[in-house]
Design a protein around this ligand. Sequence first.
Ligand SMILES: Cc1cc2nc3c(=O)[nH]c(=O)nc-3n(C[C@H](O)[C@H](O)[C@H](O)COP(=O)(O)O)c2cc1C
Length: 254
Amino acid sequence: MKVTVINGTEKHGVTYRLKELFLEELRDVADITEFYLPKDCPSFCTGCTNCISKSESLCRDAAFVQKIDRAMRDADLLVFTSPTYVFHVTGAMKSLLDHFAYHWMPHRPAGELFGKRALIITQTLGAGAASAAKDIRDSLSWWGVPYIRTVALKLLGHVVWDKLPEKRRRALTAGVKKAARHFRAIDYTKPARTTLAVKAKFYAVRMLQARLGKANPEYTDYVYWKTNGWLDRARPWKRGCKVRNVPETAADRK
Ligand SMILES: Cc1cc2nc3c(=O)[nH]c(=O)nc-3n(C[C@H](O)[C@H](O)[C@H](O)COP(=O)(O)O)c2cc1C
């Protein structure tokens, strides 16, 4: 099984420790690729919108973003980790999620992501872990990922692992180990079942794309949906559906 881990911090703190405890249970069966933010995607989205309106290859950070994109498409399991900062993910994680706006369903979702499974690991001193996890969940679900689980833990004492009471450390460890056993037991030869929520998003956007295409047949997202056959009978979650993730766009043709 292939696991791609995206860490919202480079710090070897509590989040790192929890992630390591999780991976410990998978190392003998998993091929693991890890990214650390901001190192592996250091710049903010500038809002140029080239990725959305023309091609993701035109992003000034494309070299970083596309490397992570490929690793996500290749993976069986996606793991996102982030401590809670002011009730949300770290700025570095938010910045990466912004870079993937072009993968949101109304634009050009990657066909492979429709069958993926994902885990979000977050922790907080006391409050805000749920909204931090939601930051990541929102993107994952709008990318089409159907199977998303969350481990959101509370430290309730200290933000340094070694200073936590032994009982709390054991409880935190049990939380991530339980998730690891769950993900280890999954048969990854089968893609995750597409949820109603993902299908609802897909069909709503499909109607939108058909309308946009009537107004402008060169519209980048419309060309993408059409090329993939999603406006006809093809569906990204169906087995045997040939996914063309980087079709020729209007921008490419110029
Ligand atoms: C900038 C910043 C903001 C934080 N915001 C919150 C918060 O809103 N709620 C909370 O309970 N803990 C908050 N914390 C604590 C973190 O969620 C976390 O428990 C702590 O940074 C230890 O994690 P780490 O070692 O992985 O960095 C914050 C910490 C930092 C540095």
